[in-house]
Ligand binder design. Structure first.
Ligand SMILES: *Cc1c(COP(=O)(O)O)cnc(C)c1O
Length: 374
Protein backbone atom coordinates (compact mmCIF):
# COMPACT_ATOMS: atom_id res chain seq x y z
CA UNK A 1 0.00 0.00 0.00
CA UNK A 2 1.38 3.40 -0.98
CA UNK A 3 0.20 5.85 1.67
CA UNK A 4 -1.12 9.25 0.71
CA UNK A 5 1.23 10.78 3.25
CA UNK A 6 3.49 8.68 5.46
CA UNK A 7 3.78 10.80 8.61
CA UNK A 8 5.58 8.03 10.45
CA UNK A 9 8.33 8.02 7.86
CA UNK A 10 8.50 11.82 7.62
CA UNK A 11 8.96 12.24 11.38
CA UNK A 12 11.25 9.23 11.71
CA UNK A 13 13.83 11.25 9.75
CA UNK A 14 14.05 13.65 12.71
CA UNK A 15 13.14 11.29 15.50
CA UNK A 16 16.35 11.68 17.57
CA UNK A 17 16.04 15.46 17.57
CA UNK A 18 12.30 15.36 18.27
CA UNK A 19 12.71 12.97 21.21
CA UNK A 20 15.47 15.08 22.71
CA UNK A 21 13.29 18.20 22.41
CA UNK A 22 10.35 16.39 24.03
CA UNK A 23 12.52 15.37 27.00
CA UNK A 24 13.75 18.94 27.39
CA UNK A 25 10.20 20.25 27.56
CA UNK A 26 9.11 17.51 29.98
CA UNK A 27 12.09 18.14 32.25
CA UNK A 28 11.65 21.91 32.13
CA UNK A 29 8.21 21.70 33.76
CA UNK A 30 7.12 24.70 31.64
CA UNK A 31 4.53 24.03 28.94
CA UNK A 32 2.98 27.30 27.76
CA UNK A 33 4.29 30.78 26.91
CA UNK A 34 7.92 29.91 27.45
CA UNK A 35 11.24 30.04 25.67
CA UNK A 36 10.51 27.33 23.07
CA UNK A 37 7.56 29.33 21.77
CA UNK A 38 9.60 32.56 21.84
CA UNK A 39 12.39 30.95 19.89
CA UNK A 40 10.13 29.40 17.29
CA UNK A 41 8.21 32.67 16.83
CA UNK A 42 11.52 34.51 16.22
CA UNK A 43 12.75 31.90 13.76
CA UNK A 44 9.39 31.82 11.96
CA UNK A 45 9.28 35.63 11.63
CA UNK A 46 12.82 35.61 10.24
CA UNK A 47 12.08 32.79 7.80
CA UNK A 48 8.90 34.44 6.50
CA UNK A 49 10.40 37.93 6.50
CA UNK A 50 7.69 39.39 8.68
CA UNK A 51 8.17 41.62 11.74
CA UNK A 52 5.84 39.55 13.93
CA UNK A 53 4.97 35.88 14.34
CA UNK A 54 2.47 34.79 16.98
CA UNK A 55 1.97 31.12 17.81
CA UNK A 56 -1.68 30.06 18.18
CA UNK A 57 -3.61 26.84 18.67
CA UNK A 58 -4.32 25.91 15.02
CA UNK A 59 -4.84 27.34 11.55
CA UNK A 60 -8.54 28.08 11.93
CA UNK A 61 -7.82 30.08 15.08
CA UNK A 62 -5.05 31.98 13.29
CA UNK A 63 -7.58 33.23 10.72
CA UNK A 64 -10.31 33.83 13.34
CA UNK A 65 -7.90 35.88 15.45
CA UNK A 66 -6.76 38.04 12.52
CA UNK A 67 -10.36 39.03 11.77
CA UNK A 68 -11.18 39.47 15.46
CA UNK A 69 -8.10 41.68 15.76
CA UNK A 70 -9.27 43.89 12.90
CA UNK A 71 -12.70 44.13 14.51
CA UNK A 72 -11.18 45.18 17.85
CA UNK A 73 -9.06 47.75 16.03
CA UNK A 74 -12.19 49.15 14.38
CA UNK A 75 -11.31 48.23 10.78
CA UNK A 76 -14.42 46.12 10.35
CA UNK A 77 -17.62 45.27 12.16
CA UNK A 78 -20.56 42.85 12.10
CA UNK A 79 -22.02 42.38 8.61
CA UNK A 80 -18.95 43.61 6.72
CA UNK A 81 -17.86 41.53 3.76
CA UNK A 82 -14.75 39.47 3.14
CA UNK A 83 -13.98 38.15 -0.34
CA UNK A 84 -12.84 34.51 -0.29
CA UNK A 85 -12.44 31.79 -2.95
CA UNK A 86 -15.48 29.50 -3.26
CA UNK A 87 -13.35 26.33 -3.55
CA UNK A 88 -11.28 26.79 -0.39
CA UNK A 89 -11.30 24.46 2.59
CA UNK A 90 -14.20 25.33 4.90
CA UNK A 91 -11.88 26.70 7.62
CA UNK A 92 -11.26 29.93 5.66
CA UNK A 93 -15.00 30.56 5.57
CA UNK A 94 -15.67 29.49 9.18
CA UNK A 95 -13.16 32.12 10.35
CA UNK A 96 -15.26 34.77 8.60
CA UNK A 97 -18.74 33.70 9.71
CA UNK A 98 -17.56 33.01 13.26
CA UNK A 99 -16.74 36.73 13.50
CA UNK A 100 -20.24 37.63 12.18
CA UNK A 101 -18.72 38.87 8.94
CA UNK A 102 -20.12 37.92 5.54
CA UNK A 103 -18.12 35.66 3.22
CA UNK A 104 -18.46 36.72 -0.42
CA UNK A 105 -17.55 33.62 -2.37
CA UNK A 106 -15.71 34.15 -5.64
CA UNK A 107 -14.95 31.52 -8.26
CA UNK A 108 -11.38 30.29 -8.79
CA UNK A 109 -9.45 30.24 -12.02
CA UNK A 110 -10.22 26.91 -13.65
CA UNK A 111 -6.56 26.16 -14.38
CA UNK A 112 -4.69 27.25 -11.24
CA UNK A 113 -7.52 26.48 -8.74
CA UNK A 114 -6.66 29.80 -7.07
CA UNK A 115 -9.01 32.78 -6.64
CA UNK A 116 -9.72 34.39 -10.02
CA UNK A 117 -8.14 37.79 -9.49
CA UNK A 118 -10.10 39.26 -12.41
CA UNK A 119 -13.38 38.59 -10.59
CA UNK A 120 -12.43 40.37 -7.37
CA UNK A 121 -13.33 43.92 -8.35
CA UNK A 122 -16.90 43.23 -9.45
CA UNK A 123 -17.56 41.61 -6.05
CA UNK A 124 -16.43 44.65 -4.06
CA UNK A 125 -19.23 46.63 -2.37
CA UNK A 126 -19.25 49.49 0.13
CA UNK A 127 -19.16 46.85 2.89
CA UNK A 128 -16.12 44.95 1.62
CA UNK A 129 -13.30 45.23 4.12
CA UNK A 130 -10.90 42.44 3.22
CA UNK A 131 -9.79 39.94 0.61
CA UNK A 132 -8.81 36.54 1.98
CA UNK A 133 -6.51 34.90 -0.52
CA UNK A 134 -5.78 31.20 -0.17
CA UNK A 135 -2.57 29.76 -1.62
CA UNK A 136 -4.42 26.57 -2.43
CA UNK A 137 -2.64 23.23 -2.81
CA UNK A 138 0.67 25.06 -2.19
CA UNK A 139 0.60 27.51 -5.10
CA UNK A 140 0.97 31.26 -4.57
CA UNK A 141 -2.17 33.27 -5.27
CA UNK A 142 -0.86 36.74 -5.99
CA UNK A 143 -0.45 39.49 -8.54
CA UNK A 144 0.31 43.14 -8.08
CA UNK A 145 -3.27 43.91 -9.10
CA UNK A 146 -4.51 42.45 -5.78
CA UNK A 147 -2.38 45.03 -4.02
CA UNK A 148 -3.67 47.80 -6.30
CA UNK A 149 -7.29 46.81 -5.64
CA UNK A 150 -6.69 46.71 -1.90
CA UNK A 151 -5.21 50.18 -2.04
CA UNK A 152 -7.96 51.57 -4.27
CA UNK A 153 -10.79 50.27 -2.04
CA UNK A 154 -8.94 50.40 1.29
CA UNK A 155 -9.12 46.66 1.91
CA UNK A 156 -6.98 44.41 4.09
CA UNK A 157 -5.34 41.43 2.40
CA UNK A 158 -5.39 38.35 4.58
CA UNK A 159 -3.46 35.28 3.45
CA UNK A 160 -4.65 31.80 4.32
CA UNK A 161 -1.20 30.26 4.16
CA UNK A 162 -2.16 26.88 5.62
CA UNK A 163 -1.10 25.01 2.48
CA UNK A 164 1.85 26.95 1.10
CA UNK A 165 4.51 27.12 3.79
CA UNK A 166 7.76 28.25 2.16
CA UNK A 167 6.28 29.33 -1.18
CA UNK A 168 7.39 32.68 -2.52
CA UNK A 169 6.43 35.29 -5.10
CA UNK A 170 9.65 36.79 -6.40
CA UNK A 171 11.70 37.12 -3.23
CA UNK A 172 8.70 37.55 -0.89
CA UNK A 173 7.42 34.53 1.01
CA UNK A 174 3.73 33.77 1.35
CA UNK A 175 2.81 35.08 4.77
CA UNK A 176 4.59 38.37 4.02
CA UNK A 177 2.67 39.34 0.87
CA UNK A 178 -0.52 40.69 2.45
CA UNK A 179 -1.37 42.54 5.68
CA UNK A 180 -1.65 39.44 7.86
CA UNK A 181 -1.43 35.69 7.34
CA UNK A 182 -2.74 32.58 9.06
CA UNK A 183 -0.63 29.40 9.16
CA UNK A 184 -1.64 25.84 10.04
CA UNK A 185 0.85 23.31 11.34
CA UNK A 186 -1.69 20.47 11.27
CA UNK A 187 0.43 17.27 11.05
CA UNK A 188 -0.29 16.76 7.33
CA UNK A 189 0.71 20.27 6.23
CA UNK A 190 4.15 20.86 4.68
CA UNK A 191 5.46 22.11 8.03
CA UNK A 192 3.55 19.78 10.33
CA UNK A 193 3.53 19.66 14.13
CA UNK A 194 2.81 16.46 16.08
CA UNK A 195 -0.64 17.72 16.99
CA UNK A 196 -2.59 20.92 16.39
CA UNK A 197 -0.67 24.17 16.01
CA UNK A 198 -0.82 27.42 14.04
CA UNK A 199 0.55 30.94 13.76
CA UNK A 200 -0.14 34.45 12.53
CA UNK A 201 2.44 36.63 10.81
CA UNK A 202 2.06 40.36 10.19
CA UNK A 203 4.12 43.52 9.78
CA UNK A 204 1.40 45.43 11.63
CA UNK A 205 2.69 45.75 15.20
CA UNK A 206 -0.62 47.00 16.56
CA UNK A 207 -2.49 44.04 15.08
CA UNK A 208 0.18 41.64 16.37
CA UNK A 209 -0.16 42.95 19.91
CA UNK A 210 -3.92 42.62 19.89
CA UNK A 211 -3.84 39.10 18.42
CA UNK A 212 -1.37 38.01 21.07
CA UNK A 213 -3.77 39.28 23.73
CA UNK A 214 -6.88 37.85 22.03
CA UNK A 215 -5.36 34.36 21.96
CA UNK A 216 -4.65 34.61 25.67
CA UNK A 217 -8.09 35.45 27.12
CA UNK A 218 -7.85 39.03 25.84
CA UNK A 219 -5.15 39.71 28.37
CA UNK A 220 -1.79 41.47 28.01
CA UNK A 221 -1.10 41.44 31.75
CA UNK A 222 -2.11 38.44 33.83
CA UNK A 223 -5.61 38.82 35.32
CA UNK A 224 -6.26 42.07 33.44
CA UNK A 225 -8.60 41.48 30.49
CA UNK A 226 -8.87 44.21 27.88
CA UNK A 227 -10.84 42.18 25.34
CA UNK A 228 -13.21 39.22 25.29
CA UNK A 229 -10.58 36.86 24.01
CA UNK A 230 -10.24 33.14 23.60
CA UNK A 231 -7.70 30.55 24.65
CA UNK A 232 -5.62 29.66 21.60
CA UNK A 233 -1.92 29.31 22.28
CA UNK A 234 0.90 27.36 20.72
CA UNK A 235 2.39 25.09 23.37
CA UNK A 236 6.06 24.55 24.21
CA UNK A 237 6.12 20.95 23.00
CA UNK A 238 4.75 21.77 19.53
CA UNK A 239 6.93 24.88 19.27
CA UNK A 240 10.02 22.78 20.03
CA UNK A 241 9.06 20.22 17.36
CA UNK A 242 8.27 22.91 14.80
CA UNK A 243 11.56 24.68 15.41
CA UNK A 244 13.38 21.48 14.50
CA UNK A 245 11.29 20.80 11.40
CA UNK A 246 11.62 24.41 10.22
CA UNK A 247 15.34 23.77 9.60
CA UNK A 248 14.49 21.12 7.02
CA UNK A 249 11.49 22.65 5.28
CA UNK A 250 13.41 24.15 2.34
CA UNK A 251 14.89 20.77 1.61
CA UNK A 252 11.52 19.00 1.95
CA UNK A 253 9.77 21.50 -0.31
CA UNK A 254 12.52 21.04 -2.89
CA UNK A 255 11.95 17.28 -2.82
CA UNK A 256 8.25 17.89 -3.39
CA UNK A 257 9.07 20.08 -6.42
CA UNK A 258 11.30 17.39 -7.86
CA UNK A 259 8.58 14.79 -7.41
CA UNK A 260 5.97 17.07 -8.99
CA UNK A 261 8.28 17.54 -11.93
CA UNK A 262 8.52 13.75 -12.43
CA UNK A 263 4.73 13.36 -12.25
CA UNK A 264 4.24 16.22 -14.72
CA UNK A 265 6.74 14.72 -17.17
CA UNK A 266 5.64 11.12 -16.96
CA UNK A 267 1.89 11.09 -16.46
CA UNK A 268 0.59 10.94 -20.01
CA UNK A 269 -2.94 9.57 -19.71
CA UNK A 270 -4.79 11.82 -22.15
CA UNK A 271 -7.92 11.93 -19.98
CA UNK A 272 -6.01 13.27 -17.01
CA UNK A 273 -5.68 17.03 -16.57
CA UNK A 274 -2.37 17.79 -14.86
CA UNK A 275 -1.88 20.67 -12.42
CA UNK A 276 -1.14 23.99 -14.06
CA UNK A 277 1.57 26.30 -12.88
CA UNK A 278 0.76 30.00 -13.02
CA UNK A 279 4.40 30.62 -13.82
CA UNK A 280 5.44 28.22 -16.55
CA UNK A 281 8.40 30.36 -17.57
CA UNK A 282 10.35 28.64 -14.81
CA UNK A 283 11.03 24.89 -14.63
CA UNK A 284 8.87 23.16 -12.03
CA UNK A 285 11.85 22.15 -9.90
CA UNK A 286 13.05 25.77 -9.76
CA UNK A 287 9.67 27.43 -9.40
CA UNK A 288 9.37 28.73 -5.83
CA UNK A 289 5.77 29.82 -6.43
CA UNK A 290 4.64 26.28 -5.67
CA UNK A 291 5.48 24.03 -2.73
CA UNK A 292 3.24 21.17 -3.88
CA UNK A 293 1.37 20.58 -0.63
CA UNK A 294 -0.94 18.58 -2.87
CA UNK A 295 -0.57 17.19 -6.40
CA UNK A 296 -4.08 17.58 -7.75
CA UNK A 297 -5.12 16.06 -11.05
CA UNK A 298 -8.53 16.16 -12.73
CA UNK A 299 -10.49 13.44 -14.46
CA UNK A 300 -14.11 13.44 -15.60
CA UNK A 301 -14.48 9.94 -14.10
CA UNK A 302 -12.72 10.84 -10.89
CA UNK A 303 -14.48 8.31 -8.64
CA UNK A 304 -13.66 5.43 -11.00
CA UNK A 305 -10.06 6.54 -11.19
CA UNK A 306 -9.88 6.67 -7.39
CA UNK A 307 -11.37 3.16 -7.09
CA UNK A 308 -8.90 1.88 -9.68
CA UNK A 309 -5.92 3.41 -7.84
CA UNK A 310 -7.14 1.93 -4.55
CA UNK A 311 -7.18 -1.49 -6.23
CA UNK A 312 -3.61 -0.83 -7.37
CA UNK A 313 -2.67 -0.23 -3.72
CA UNK A 314 -2.43 3.57 -3.98
CA UNK A 315 -4.11 5.78 -1.42
CA UNK A 316 -5.53 9.04 -2.82
CA UNK A 317 -7.67 11.81 -1.31
CA UNK A 318 -10.12 14.40 -2.60
CA UNK A 319 -9.54 18.06 -1.72
CA UNK A 320 -12.47 18.61 -1.40
CA UNK A 321 -15.50 16.46 -2.19
CA UNK A 322 -18.15 19.05 -1.18
CA UNK A 323 -17.70 22.84 -1.49
CA UNK A 324 -18.44 24.93 1.63
CA UNK A 325 -21.44 26.52 -0.09
CA UNK A 326 -23.06 23.09 -0.47
CA UNK A 327 -22.56 22.03 3.14
CA UNK A 328 -25.42 21.64 5.63
CA UNK A 329 -23.57 24.09 7.88
CA UNK A 330 -24.17 26.82 5.30
CA UNK A 331 -27.79 26.31 4.26
CA UNK A 332 -28.05 30.01 3.38
CA UNK A 333 -25.47 29.45 0.63
CA UNK A 334 -26.84 26.16 -0.72
CA UNK A 335 -28.68 27.87 -3.60
CA UNK A 336 -25.68 29.87 -4.81
CA UNK A 337 -24.23 28.62 -8.06
CA UNK A 338 -20.51 28.26 -8.64
CA UNK A 339 -20.07 26.15 -11.79
CA UNK A 340 -16.26 26.19 -11.82
CA UNK A 341 -16.06 25.35 -8.13
CA UNK A 342 -18.58 22.54 -8.54
CA UNK A 343 -16.75 20.98 -11.47
CA UNK A 344 -13.47 21.16 -9.54
CA UNK A 345 -15.03 19.40 -6.56
CA UNK A 346 -16.41 16.70 -8.85
CA UNK A 347 -13.21 16.07 -10.77
CA UNK A 348 -10.18 16.58 -8.54
CA UNK A 349 -8.05 13.82 -7.11
CA UNK A 350 -4.90 14.26 -5.02
CA UNK A 351 -2.07 11.80 -5.72
CA UNK A 352 0.44 10.85 -3.00
CA UNK A 353 3.25 13.40 -2.75
CA UNK A 354 5.76 13.81 0.07
CA UNK A 355 9.47 14.18 0.69
CA UNK A 356 9.76 10.52 1.70
CA UNK A 357 8.27 8.80 -1.36
CA UNK A 358 10.72 6.45 -3.04
CA UNK A 359 11.44 6.42 -6.79
CA UNK A 360 9.80 3.01 -6.93
CA UNK A 361 6.58 4.27 -5.34
CA UNK A 362 6.49 7.23 -7.71
CA UNK A 363 6.89 4.89 -10.68
CA UNK A 364 4.03 2.69 -9.43
CA UNK A 365 1.71 5.71 -9.15
CA UNK A 366 2.65 6.95 -12.63
CA UNK A 367 2.10 3.53 -14.23
CA UNK A 368 -1.23 3.08 -12.50
CA UNK A 369 -2.55 6.51 -13.55
CA UNK A 370 -1.34 5.96 -17.12
CA UNK A 371 -2.94 2.53 -17.34
CA UNK A 372 -6.43 3.68 -16.26
CA UNK A 373 -8.99 3.47 -19.06
CA UNK A 374 -12.65 4.32 -18.85
C1 LIG B 1 -5.66 23.13 7.06
C2 LIG B 1 -6.30 24.38 6.61
C3 LIG B 1 -6.82 25.33 7.50
C4 LIG B 1 -7.04 25.06 8.96
O1 LIG B 1 -5.96 24.68 9.69
P1 LIG B 1 -6.15 23.82 11.04
O2 LIG B 1 -4.80 23.89 11.65
O3 LIG B 1 -6.56 22.45 10.65
O4 LIG B 1 -7.17 24.52 11.87
C5 LIG B 1 -7.28 26.52 6.99
N1 LIG B 1 -7.27 26.79 5.67
C6 LIG B 1 -6.80 25.89 4.78
C7 LIG B 1 -6.79 26.25 3.33
C8 LIG B 1 -6.31 24.66 5.22
O5 LIG B 1 -5.87 23.77 4.31
Amino acid sequence: MIKFLDLQKINATYSDELKLAASEVIDSGWFLMGEKVNKFEKNLATYIGSSNAIGVGNGLDALRLILKGYIELGYMSEGDEVIVPANTYIASILAITENKLKPVLVEPNNLTFNLDIDLIEKNITTRTKAIMIVHLYGQVCWSNSIKDLAKKYNLKIIEDNAQAFGAQYGSVKTGALGDAAGFSFYPGKNLGALGDAGAVTTNDNELAEIIRALGNYGSKKKYFNEYQGLNSRLDEMQAAFLDIKLKYIENENQQRRQLASIYLNKINNKDVVLPFSSNNAIKVENNKEHVWHLFVIRHSKRNQLQDYLTKCGIETLIHYPIPASKQLAYKEMNELNFPITNSIHNEVLSLPISPVMTDKEVAIVINAVNSFKC
